[in-house]
Design a protein around this ligand. Sequence first.
Ligand code: ADP
Ligand code: MG
Length: 708
Amino acid sequence: MVTRNSPVTVLPGVGKVKASAYAKLGIVTLGDLILHYPRAYENRAEIRELADARHDGKSALILTVGSDPKVVRLRSHKSFLKFKAFDDSGVCEITYFNQDYLKSVFPVGSIFRFWGKVERKGKRFLLSSPVAEPWAPGITLPPLCAVYRLTDGISLKQISKDVETALELLKNEELSDPLPRELIEKHHFLPLSVAEEHLHRPLGKDDLEEARRRLVYQEFFDFSLGMAFMRRKTTATTAPVCRVESLDPLLSLLPYRLTGAQERVISEIRADLAVPTPMSRMIVGDVGSGKTICAAAAVWMVVQNGRQAALMAPTEILARQHYADLSALFSRLGVRVALLLGATPAAEKRRIRTALVSKNPQDRVHLVIGTHALLSEGVEFAAPGLVVADEQHRFGARQRAALAEKGQNTHLLVMSATPIPRSLALILYGDLSLSKLDELPPGRQRVDTFVVDEIYRERLYEFMHRQLAEGGQIYVVCPAIEEEETAPDEVDFTGLFDSEPSKPPLKAAVTFAAELEKYFPETRVGFLHGKLKSVQKEAIMNSFVGGDIGILVSTTVIEVGVNVPNASLMIVENAERFGLSQLHQLRGRVGRGLRKSYCVLVTGGNSDRLGEHSKERLNVMRTTYDGFAIAEEDLKQRGPGDFLASSSAETVRQSGELSLRLGNLAQDALLLSEASQDAANLLAIDPALNNHPLLVDRITTVTGNLIS
Ligand code: ADP
Ligand code: MG
């Protein structure tokens, strides 16, 4: 019996050769073939006359054959078939190359719907190798024709025919719908098998829309269930209850008042910590929104209850900065803080490790700060209570799993400065409660933003001279050190979802730094990149913080967290290579102090078309300062790639968790939230999906190795 698991070779005319071509598209079984969803559709419903055929693409025409097809032989065994066909508006010459066998297909007087690009040579119309479907008055031909991703050896005609046959063969297989009946009814969905058929062979636009709605929902639904299964495996069951009477002892030490948003987030954390269910919360807040103090409040609450905390930053630079800030604050409260990095001397490391596991609360280190290596290096705690991951980079589902596996029943707080679109947050962090820090502390200034190209180089340098003369400092960010190279602790953003046809040459940071040194003799130019040793990085960073270095050229290592209030100008070279959200983060590096600050985005291309396109895209940055809005726009412009690369989820991306077949996170956000809500409700009733074995099968395929 033929099933979805049957190999494509069960299809007539598909042998070894075709099968191996299909394999290149990831198609091995009939099921795979059906899941090879169309890439687009040709609209053949709109019939045009020859005289007003489209100039910019293909047209559908109803033509009557007017002359017997003739075979014209050329040298080198080539030939073409040629005949005339007409409608009321004119006569057209139709040719097919090397397809003599079509001769008998087009007898004089027969009528076809042709689909192809009509060319005009003076008064003559030409149509070369059009698709032809026999037509007669009263016959309805499919209005929309699916177009597929193809490969060598698989033509559109071939795959269309094979999909049709596969759908036909599987029709007899009683395919029960995996989705609970209530949900199908609630959403007025088509049965899954019907939706699949209509997606490949839609009867019309509405029909296609209905099919797509069902299948996108299904995709998100399966995914949500998969995430939930994984979460259940990875979350600890209990965590220490940590209650405090009042936060005043901590808050009274601050030189400012909390914003309303900070107060709200801190009380959310306080409520989480007051119960034995482990907290699993993410704070999303724009750069400078004051996330650190929220984390500090969480740490303090835990420490007040005799527990310990770990704070992990994505880079050593950031870890050091947190250490400087937090140890200053906590020393006044008797909270002992330690910094544990790769570069920490061995003896010091040993001392810290011992102090972390000390049985005697008097000697214990309460808060250890480091990079994510803290996790992998197996730091132990006498009384673990809280893990804080700052800038959630690379802190995705897997890391959470790693944490849970260590058997440390702790609360978890993840902080992100990348406001990610809601839809994406749901899908990536569906298992985290979300706290939004959507209010900046008072008095923050707007960073005026400009988009320029190379032509402005000289004026830009003048502007830089002026900033330096006024005592300001400048960041210059370049995409990568050398082309193709990305330092290990940076995020690889180059070209991930970049669909631009050709790329302007990168401003290689190395040569660029040298060039700037020449142009700016009045100051020191520092060069920071991911390949430097951490002591070198630290020395450069310190010189910049201290004002000794006036221009800091860097790759994206400074993207996250670093705070230099005196910096007044952010220049981003080859800005078109960055996602908007990333640019927003970079811009957040300036305007942190009293100086009026600026951000200049330099595009690599000149004023050619590509350059113009980039500028247009970047212009959003001039008018928008809301990180969440920018994130939504970024998602629309570039797809989820940037967020997956620059936020936690490298691992998610690599494991293919987010390779959606059909769903579009930007367009289908509503379906996503419905599907994830429905999935949660279903799991509440039937946690192991005992009544829905078909769903279990599906999510095992979707999330594959993650669940096992
Ligand atoms: P981020 O959210 O980017 O991590 P930080 O926590 O580093 O932001 O805060 C940025 C700066 O704002 C810090 O210097 C911090 O002391 C200051 N800050 C935080 N909250 C407030 C507030 N409510 N009022 C004034 N300044 C604040
Ligand atoms: Mg921060």
